[in-house]
Design a protein around this ligand. Sequence first.
Ligand SMILES: O=CN(O)C[C@@H](CC1CCCC1)C(=O)N1NCCC[C@H]1C(=O)Nc1ccccn1
Ligand code: NI
Length: 183
Amino acid sequence: MITMDDIVREGHPMLRTVTKEVPIPPTTEDQETLKEMLQFLKNSQDEETAEKYNLRPGVGLAAPQLGLDKRMLAIHVEDIKGKLHSYALFNPKIVSHSVEGGYLSSGEGCLSVDREVPGIVPRHARVTVKAYDIDGNQVKLRLKGYPAIVIQHEIDHLNGVMFYDHINEENPFHPPENAKPVD
Ligand SMILES: O=CN(O)C[C@@H](CC1CCCC1)C(=O)N1NCCC[C@H]1C(=O)Nc1ccccn1
Ligand code: NI
């Protein structure tokens, strides 16, 4: 099982790498890894399991955070209406997005960043993502709100981008124009 020991931290070169697409249909190995990534998120959100294995609760995980040069990600997050968004994806791509911006009012963190970095992280309010699911079928997701923020954070990891790269240095808490908090 994936634990915190498997998650690379700031300074590891994979966090600043544009990772490679995985072959479709996916290999059994890549399918297994992606399943484990989703399982990590579920484990981390289960109080007993998180306590037992000392897991930091997470709502998203990208393969480069495991030191893997692969375009794979998992998200497991409830939206504001309580709907669960649980996806394990290969080669995700944002194919369109809203002009309107969105952000988490409390800023963001990262399981690969062992420090607080205060500030608003401006993102798109809504995104349309094309990807392949665990079986190699093409999927198209239209996300808004918290799930949209999470998947953008994960896709950034596939491109070597960290959340704090987006924070306005002059005024970290200056909400960007035409952007609204999603929470
Ligand atoms: O790349 C992926 N990551 O770095 C894991 C991150 C991903 C999220 C950060 C902001 C948007 C995506 C993550 O999940 N966190 N960031 C650091 C510690 C907290 C944790 C978190 O927000 N946990 C959480 C929140 C609600 C419910 C349950 N757990
Ligand atoms: Ni992260």
